[in-house]
Ligand binder design. Structure first.
Ligand SMILES: Nc1ncnc2c1ncn2[C@@H]1O[C@H](COP(=O)(O)OP(=O)(O)O)[C@@H](O)[C@H]1O
Ligand SMILES: [Mg+2]
Length: 254
């Protein structure tokens, strides 16, 4: 079992999108996954999964009112998730040290979606994960914040598995992957292009892996899931005979 935290420093770079779709990708590779919404002030994992309100949430666990197992829900795809509460009053009497309850969970992977910034909630993710993925966009403001997050993680002795670069446009304004690796001194292990299907998947309240499996972003998340789990890649995922037939004619985007 491995707990993987996603942090970025800067907000809005694609952490939650990556947490949901990486978990869905790992699930499609046969791994049991639980996504935890570690973004305590502004949680939105459950919104991505079509389950906005839930009677028991991570907030109740952090308040010491419920066990972590009581806050565990199953998405129809088979993914498990622990949502946050959308109610402002549920922020009362939260104790971040109760985060340690996540150690009682059992799964192949626990994906911990972190908060922006480097405040208490982001540090709780940092403290309670085994490995960290840094999410950034190929532009300077996101990169400088990613670098700060990396420095703090390293000071705390956390292993950084690699960097996910999301919303790439592959034009001359994008910082190149080589320069991102040079600046952050970490390997880029996931590249997710800007893809309108992400918005469509969000409106369908599903992972893009299921709604648009052939889209560039879904393929990027499948490759990332394969890199993390040691599987071979999107080609590794079981295809129906009809998919196999069409695959001969339609190249899977690289
Ligand atoms: N690859 C992508 N292509 C297009 N839009 C994206 C992509 N990744 C994320 N987004 C959009 O960017 C916004 C922020 O993403 P989100 O995952 O919520 O970021 P964070 O969790 O880091 O704040 C959302 O509206 C999301 O739909
Ligand atoms: Mg988020």
């Amino acid at each position: 079992m491995k707990t993987i935290g996603l942090l970025s420093g800067k907000g809005g770079v694609g952490k939650t999108t990556s947490a949901v779709n990486l978990a869905a990708g790992l699930h499609s590779l046969g791994k049991q996954c639980i996504i935890i919404d570690g973004n305590v002030t502004t949680p939105n994992v459950a919104l991505h999964l079509g389950s906005p309100t839930n009677p028991i949430t991570l907030h109740h666990v952090l308040q010491g009112k419920n066990s972590i197992h009581e806050a565990l829900y199953r998405h129809p795809s088979g993914l498990y998730f622990i949502p946050g509460s959308l109610a402002l009053e549920d922020m009362d009497k939260i104790k971040f040290q109760n985060f340690k309850a996540i150690k009682q969970l059992k799964a192949d992977y626990i994906i911990l979606d972190g908060a922006a910034g480097l405040g208490k909630e982001a540090l709780a993710t940092l403290e309670h994960c085994d490995e960290l993925l840094i999410v950034t966009n190929p532009e300077l403001p996101a990169m400088t914040d990613a670098l700060k997050t990396i420095r703090i993680a390293e000071e705390l002795g956390k292993k950084i598995k690699g960097v996910i670069v999301t919303r790439t446009k592959k034009d001359k304004l994008d910082i190149s992957l080589r320069n991102i690796e040079a600046m952050l001194e970490k390997p880029v292990i996931g590249v997710i292009p800007e893809d309108p299907s992400i918005r469509e998947a969000l409106s369908l309240k599903e992972s893009i892996i299921y709604t648009h499996p052939r889209s560039n972003a879904a393929q990027g998340y499948l490759r990332l899931a394969a890199a993390i789990s040691g599987a071979q890649g999107p080609e590794d995922i079981k295809l129906s005979w009809i998919d196999k037939f069409f695959k001969v004619f339609k190249r899977v985007p690289q």
